[in-house]
Design a protein around this ligand. Structure first.
Ligand code: CA
Length: 216
């Protein structure tokens, strides 16, 4: 899953980005509203974390303009005790919010729920053939046995699982699994796919020649 984090406080942006990456997300960043809006309009993010107080375009203006063309899930970061802000945010089209200073675990849980809802998935556990994926703990089991996946392998499995039954193109996978700072060779995706197949079974991810990958 690829996120955009728009936040003008450098320390918070850095620590948040690090925490999100440790949780397996690809993360792009922006420190001013205009740049955030541009990126959000030009990349298919799975969710946007949007601070309200930003220099230039503030969070409200970014959200308002983004909503004219995009349904990207948006989690607003609002100031403490600003309940009017929260009402305004939800009215403007924010999908959820957290109050600063936020609890990181709560933010991550809300983010997961937001992304699941966006693809019409309400439960946090998925079962596909003999593979169980728990998206709240990010643990994957095969026939009840825990399988160790790297962060990228998990991200690949989760993305394909949430879109199961549809063929996901390589381009889409690159867009959602890697961020603007990733400098990966084009064949790296094949390595991840191959590793997942070794761990979860060769038929788990199906290759559709010329089209992409699919979990059926
Ligand atoms: Ca701010």
């Amino acid at each position: 899953m690829r996120l955009l984090s728009v936040e003008d406080e450098p320390d918070l942006l850095a620590s948040l980005s690090q925490a999100l990456r440790e949780d397996g997300y690809a993360v792009d960043t922006a420190v001013v509203g205009d740049d955030g809006l541009f990126k959000a309009q030009n990349t298919h993010y799975d969710a946007v974390l949007l601070d309200v107080m930003l220099p230039g375009l503030d969070g409200w203006m970014v959200l308002q303009r983004l909503r004219k063309t995009h349904k990207t899930p948006v989690l607003m970061l609002t100031a403490r005790d600003a309940s009017r802000d929260r009402v305004r945010g939800l009215d403007t089209g924010a999908d959820d919010y957290v109050v600063k200073p936020f609890d990181l675990q709560e933010l991550l849980a809300r983010l997961r729920a937001l992304i699941r809802r966006a693809v019409g998935q309400t439960r946090s556990c998925l079962e596909i053939h003999e593979v169980q994926i728990d998206m709240s703990t990010r643990l994957v089991r095969r026939s009840g046995v825990l399988v160790e996946l790297t962060a990228r392998e998990y991200a690949l499995v989760e993305f394909l699982a949430l879109h199961r039954g549809t063929v996901v193109t390589r381009t889409t996978l690159y867009e959602h699994l890697f961020d603007e700072d990733d400098n990966t060779l084009s064949n790296l995706l094949d390595v991840h796919v191959s590793n997942v197949r070794k761990k979860l079974g060769h038929e788990f991810i199906v290759t559709r020649r010329g089209h992409g990958y699919c979990i059926e």
